[in-house]
Each structure stands twice: as structure tokens, then as C-alpha cells.
Design a protein around this ligand. Sequence first.
Ligand code: KIV
Length: 277
Amino acid sequence: MRKTIPDFEKMKEIGEKISMLTAYDYPSAQLVEEAAVDIILVGDSLGMVVLGYESTVPVTMEEMLHHTKAVRRGAPQTFIVADMPFMSYATVDLAILNAGRLIKEGGADAVKLEGGVDIEPIVKTLTRAGIPVVGHIGLTPQTATQLGGFKVQGRDLESATRLVKDGSAIERAGAFMIVLEAIPRQVAAQISQELKIPTIGIGAGAECDGQVLVFHDILGLFKRFTPKFVKQYAELRAASVLAIKQYGEEVKSNLFPSDEHTFGLSDEVIQKLYGDK
Ligand code: KIV
């Protein structure tokens, strides 16, 4: 059964942790749904782990829609959050248009936007229009250059205070959930305590109301870099290369295809077709 926003509110209330994992296509969505993870995030991290871009910045609305539709087909029973890509919510008008597309065309249940106090009016407009919004503060990859790179945020008094204000602004604007990325656990704990909406941490400690990680990271499928906060649960890259290598070698050595993977004709049809040749 697809969970709902009231279910997530209840989970926070009773202290049941919320699990969220990214997925980007039909097979990965099927796997995540089968594993009964509460929420699928179609993250714009797909730009890096699926499309091979250097960052999430080049990801387009068309790419997000394409992948969100495939994820919905693979996970019809799971609550899906789709990321709004960089510049797709630069103005209120753009935000309404693009968020509406991710819900109506993509089949997402909610959209996620990066930013705090600065995007409060945009989040307010979206939620008033009936679009469920997830916030994302701390390390915000779309604007990582402005933050001085992929660095932990909120380590000094000034930036920790700013993060708490950002969280409150996003809640005030009507978001029903917020992602906290790469911030000290004490700051995440304070935000999680102060906000009524569930917080989902990624590199933000165990006191958050839930956790999110990237599909390719937990399965060992992305090797360019691995942040400290990633826990790898399987090593599928090495296993995949091994299997593919074996396939290539078996083609070369004529071991594949064997009879088991080959279609044949009955002796009667062979006789009729070719006679005694
Ligand atoms: O794009 C993404 O996958 C994300 C998560 C890392 C939170 O935003």
C-alpha cells in the first residue's frame, strides 16, 4: 500500500523511522518497492550516477520527467518524491509549471526543492496550489559552488543558526518533510526536535526522523567518489563486471549459447525441410 503524508506525520509522532532511497528507472524502482522502503526519491543525483554528468546542475526537466515516469511504472505502490532540477524553480511561475508537470505527467506524489529562507515564497505558492513539497537544506548540491564545494554545513554558530532558520522557513511555507544533508548531528537533532514535519537525514546523524541514501552508493555501483556518510551494503559493480566478462569469454570460446539456450526443430520438420541431405 502506498503510504501517505498523514502516515509520515504519524511515523514521526510515534518515533517510527522513515526509510527513503533513490531510484531512477523501472528495474531499480521495482527493487526498492519489493524491499518495502517507505519513499522513493527520484533524485537529480541521476545526473551523476546514471547520466554521467559532473554534477546535478545540467539535469533538465525532460530528464527528470523521463526517469520519474519509469520509476512510477516500476513502483506503483510506493510514495514517490521527484527532485526539481536546477533553475526549474527560479521563479514562482516556473516552479508552478514544472512542479505540476512532475506530478501530473511524471506520476510523482511530491516534489523536492533545495534551499531555505530564500525559497520560502516559492514553497508557499506550491503548497497553496496543492503540490506537496519536501524541502532540502544543508549541503545543497545544485548550489554547492556557492557553499565552497561539497562540504559539511552548519559547523559554526552563524551557519548552524542559519540552518535552524532555514528549516523553520520551509515548515512555515507548508512543506510536509525536509531533507537535511551533511550537517552535524547536533544541529540535525535540534532541527528535528523543533520542527513538526519529519526530517530525513543524509549525513546528518541518527536523530533525524528518517534516512535517505543513493541507490548506486549502497549497492557499490558508483565508483567516482563515496562520501563519508554512505554505507555500502553490497558490491554489485565487481560482481557485474565479472559476469559480463564471463559472457564475453564464453561467446569467444563458443561455450555460449549451449543447447539449453537454443531453439531447435523436430526431426519430422527437419526431414520435410531438408530431406536426407
Ligand atoms: O538527488 C538526490 O539524490 C538527493 C539526495 C542525495 C537527498 O537530493
